[in-house]
Design a protein around this ligand. Structure first.
Ligand code: MG
Length: 362
């Protein structure tokens, strides 16, 4: 799209084909659009009047422009039908005016007329347009980097996802690792988010992918150098999460002393449920936590087995890294981690918090 200025000085979008057609988008706002064309010899037939193709294109542009101006910027539309009635031959400068007469969620109707320089009606048209909430096949779907609060339905944009390793002694043991004096921390990008009901399309060529069910804390208040009490007050709610891990890749990184980023941060590696408000859950301790794969329990424990509580972890992280509203903290997984396979159905549950159901693509 190229930029042009309308009569009223507002910036409007001009389709690129206007350049070679010589059309001028005169006005475009709120479901109304005017397009003008100074007729040149190549627009006219032997009798010196605009030929039908030029008039139809002019109408299609003004009606399409009217529809575009009536839909949100990220939406897209395409003509379904356009019926043009020719009334007389046009000369000189043609002006086409289109307006949206009705708009639903997926279809819009518009009508318009073309007048020549002596205000004679040259043609009229009616058409319909198919509307999409994104440009099909070209634009990616809207980003899904948000979580939803249970009750209010509020959508919260997610920023950082900070995750903790070895926060249940039994899991540290199964990984042949020790619980250290300070928590092991890493970060997942917000693009790793997935949601309940999603089908997971996971990497197939990087070795085993392990499930790790975890209690997830949603930060509701800016948190910097917080005490455990301040950290507890900054947690807005809790969700059920999975910290999916490319285990073999992670082992390679561990051996070579390299960061785990790719093994932990790949797309859809952080499915997170709807967030239960902290007022309904408490401080996140004393909750049964489990994960079933195809109906068989693989991980089962209680959040009281956590080495460090959610608030302690938030306080610790905030000494060096400011946590902001929308950040998530994944608080570590109990023992029983293992591989997920194509076609598996996963159900993660935490008492009072909720559950997270996912399917791994075949
Ligand atoms: Mg984990």
């Amino acid at each position: 799209m190229t930029q042009s200025r309308g009569k009223e000085g507002s910036q409007v979008q001009v389709p690129p084909f206007n350049k070679f057609m010589g059309m001028e988008l005169v006005r475009k706002e709120g479901g109304v659009c005017e397009v003008a064309l100074e007729l040149q010899p190549h627009h006219c037939n032997r009798r010196g009047v605009a030929h039908g193709g030029v008039v139809s294109t002019l109408l299609d542009t003004s009606l399409g422009g009217a529809v575009v101006s009536s839909i949100p910027k990220e939406w897209w539309c395409a003509t379904i039908s356009l019926n043009v009635q020719f009334i007389s031959g046009g000369r000189g400068r043609l002006t086409s005016r289109g307006e949206v007469t009705r708009r639903g969620k997926s279809v819009a109707f518009a009508r318009g007329v073309v007048l020549d320089e002596s205000e004679r009606l040259v043609a009229s048209a009616e058409g319909s347009w198919h509307l999409w909430q994104n440009k099909p096949g070209v634009m990616a779907p809207p980003p899904r980097d948000h979580v939803v609060l249970r009750g209010s339905g509020e959508r919260v944009a997610v920023g950082k996802i900070v995750a903790v390793g070895r926060n249940y002694a039994a899991h540290a043991e199964e990984m042949n690792a020790q619980v250290g004096e300070e928590p092991v921390l890493f970060e997942k990008p917000s693009t790793a988010l997935a949601h309940g009901g999603d089908t997971l399309h996971l990497p197939r060529d990087r070795g085993a992918i392990h499930h790790e069910v975890e209690l997830v804390a949603l930060i509701g208040k800016r948190c910097r150098k917080a005490s455990p009490e301040e950290a507890a007050a900054a947690i807005a709610g809790y969700a059920v999460g999975l910290d999916l891990t490319l285990r073999q890749m992670q082992s390679g990184f561990k051996k070579r002393g390299e960061p785990w980023f790719l093994a932990k941060g790949f797309d859809q590696s952080a499915p997170v449920s709807v967030v239960a408000p902290a007022a309904e859950v408490g401080d996140g301790s004393g909750l049964d936590i489990s994960l079933a794969v195809n109906g068989e329990i693989r991980q089962q424990d209680n959040t009281s087995s956590m080495v460090r509580s959610a608030a302690d972890l938030v306080a610790f992280i905030s000494q060096l890294v400011t946590l902001e509203p929308g950040d998530l903290v994944m608080t570590g997984t109990p023992a029983g981690v293992g591989p997920v396979e194509p076609g598996d159905r996963l159900e993660a549950t935490i008492e009072k918090v909720g559950s997270l159901n996912l399917r791994v693509a075949e």
